[in-house]
Design a protein around this ligand. Structure first.
Ligand code: FMN
Length: 203
């Protein structure tokens, strides 16, 4: 995993920005990576709403991060009303925290969603094919287990109609490194071309 070391790059904000994106992209690609399951937050009428999601894709060029979800879930409806999103990543070993915020775009019936669905394996497709809407109250959890066990390759397309991709266009990133000697913090503000201005912050 690429990481900023105590070297000449330490005080180079551009190098830090690149390194953050390398880590995030690694997180999307490697299931064991500390950034693979970040916290994703949006707002609803009660305030902040957070949960873990699997990071599915990240692009340093486009400044985007994406996850998959069931379009019947609460978050999808909330994101239709308010597209503001925050992300939280932490790598315990290197003691690096990255926070992102940006705007969501929702994809359900387009090429991006079709291509993403094509990459969802049969076993994971059952996550999108529950008969009842996610978070519906139920009396007996055993019924859900049985329904999942019945899913096969033949009916794996059943979930497609419930499958959606949330892409976040990142507008702000903050990097915090709890280096034992001295802590460091910086932020990066992106314009619509993905170019950024950056500053050091008091950690
Ligand atoms: C390790 C882990 C990974 C998860 N990955 C996803 C995911 O990729 N997409 C998703 O919608 N929910 C995922 N969930 C479930 C969410 O955390 C959340 O419980 C669910 O999406 C309902 O959220 P909502 O009611 O705010 O929509 C994951 C949960 C855990 C614990």
């Amino acid at each position: 995993m690429a990481s900023i070391k105590m070297n000449e790059n330490l005080y180079d904000l551009s190098a830090i920005e690149s390194d953050c994106w390398l880590k995030i992209m690694d997180g999307a690609l490697q299931s064991g990576h500390p950034f693979h399951q970040p916290v994703f937050a949006n707002t609803n009428t009660n305030g902040a709403n957070m949960r873990i999601v699997v990071l599915r894709k990240a692009s340093a060029t486009e400044k985007t991060v994406s996850f998959y979800t069931d379009i019947r879930s609460g978050k999808w409806e909330e994101l239709q009303k308010n597209q503001s999103i925050s992300w939280l990543f932490y790598d315990h070993e290197s003691r690096i925290q990255i926070r992102l915020s940006g705007k969501a775009s929702l994809h359900q019936n387009d090429e991006l969603a079709n291509n993403s669905w094509a990459n969802v394996n049969i076993n994971s497709r059952k996550n999108y094919s529950s008969i009842l809407i996610p978070s519906t109250e139920i009396n007996d959890p055993k019924n859900i287990s049985q329904q999942n066990a019945d899913k096969t390759e033949k009916n794996s397309e059943e979930g497609r109609g419930n499958f959606g991709v949330v892409v976040t266009n990142i507008l702000w990133m903050e990097w915090l490194w709890l280096n034992p000697g001295s802590h460091y913090k910086a932020n990066f503000i992106y314009d619509k071309n993905g170019d950024f201005t950056s500053s050091w912050l008091v950690p």
